[in-house]
Design a protein. Structure first.
Length: 329
């Protein structure tokens, strides 16, 4: 078999392992190491550059270049060495790395924790639980706002946590997955428009926008198809997507959120508070009905359906090209 065939099979195996096991909390995870590398880079580079807005931006720019390259370089070195040793050794390590790049099971688990907490402990603990998933202030959210925040997180991370790494891994193997995860982790850690990261995190945020530009749109189109297959309202999902996909300040997050809102006939987004400051954001979708707790489960089903559908399409195309087109020989 070709290198690309082994890689495609490892992407499939990694996804299946993630669906079954998720991210065992007791095992060390590369994202934790990437996070430590980001923190170390920030500390070192802030000290190296001048304490000015320009200095902070330059330090952040170096970080945004350095961290993904180191993450990809280390994974490439490991996989290259194992490929030279044995295709089976490469496949085993590539599968583990691909597994660690997916976040479908973890996303579903954390979203369902919010629903369970609402049902068993009430609103205040649920606010704290959803606060672990989102960057907005959660201490004064109503139950409907808690549900919205959770569904929005599942919708957005269908792309960020599953589809985007899948696409990068199908094209570039686990090396591409680690390159993307480094970019995405940087955005989640330093890509904020607050006093500390307004300049330092700007390059990381822009890089994340670029890395997710195509994946978010591919995710949205796959989600529309999955909505129809799963007997949600695929037609309305397409209508709301075409109408609302550009409403967010971010070029990417409204893509899958608008599809989810349309598929479930609910309204998402709207004003939110970040670091004590209220931000006016437009709504996505129509309030055809009030959001309810079951919508968390529906969003998770849509996430899994989208992921499986697109993975099957990508693997079919990739394996056909590898087998009949000679790619990877």
């Amino acid at each position: 078999m070709t290198l690309w065939t082994w890689t495609l099979l490892s992407v499939l195996a990694g996804f299946l392992i993630d669906c079954v096991l998720g991210d065992p909390y007791r095992l060390p995870h590369p994202v934790v190491w990437i996070g430590k590398l980001i923190s170390l880079s920030e500390k070192a580079l802030r000290a190296l550059f001048a304490e000015t807005d320009r200095g902070a931006f330059c330090a952040g720019l170096v970080t945004a270049i350095f961290v993904p390259l180191v993450s990809a370089g280390i994974s490439f070195g490991i996989l290259f060495g194992l490929w030279m040793l044995s295709p089976w050794a490469y496949f085993a390590m590539s599968t583990i790395m691909c597994w660690q790049c997916f976040a479908a099971r973890c996303l579903a688990t954390e979203a369902n924790k919010v629903k369970k907490t609402l049902e068993t402990e009430g609103l205040e603990p649920a606010r704290k639980q959803v606060g672990m998933l989102v960057g907005r202030d959660t201490q004064s959210l109503s139950e409907a706002q808690v549900l919205k925040a959770t569904v929005e997180t599942v919708a957005e991370n269908t792309s960020d946590g599953v589809i985007a790494p899948m696409l990068y891994m199908v094209l570039f193997g686990a090396v591409g997955g680690f390159f993307y995860k480094a970019i995405n982790t940087m955005d989640s850690m330093i890509g904020y428009k607050n006093e500390r990261y307004l300049y330092f995190g700007r390059a990381a945020a822009k890089l994340d926008d670029a890395a997710n530009f195509l994946p978010s749109r591919i995710s949205a189109l796959a989600m529309i198809a999955a909505a129809a297959i799963l007997r949600f309202d695929g037609k309305n999902a397409l209508r709301i997507f075409l109408r609302d996909r550009r409403k967010h300040a971010s070029p990417n997050s409204a893509q899958t959120e608008s599809v989810t809102a349309g598929a479930l006939h609910i309204e998402l987004a709207g004003p939110a508070s970040y670091f004590g400051k209220r931000i006016e954001k437009p709504t996505l979708g129509d309030p055809d009905r009030p959001i309810e707790r079951a919508d968390i489960g529906r969003a998770v089903r849509l996430m899994y359906g989208t992921s499986v559908l697109l993975l099957l399409v990508l693997l079919t195309i990739g394996l056909c090209l590898a087998l009949f087109g000679g790619i990877g020989r």
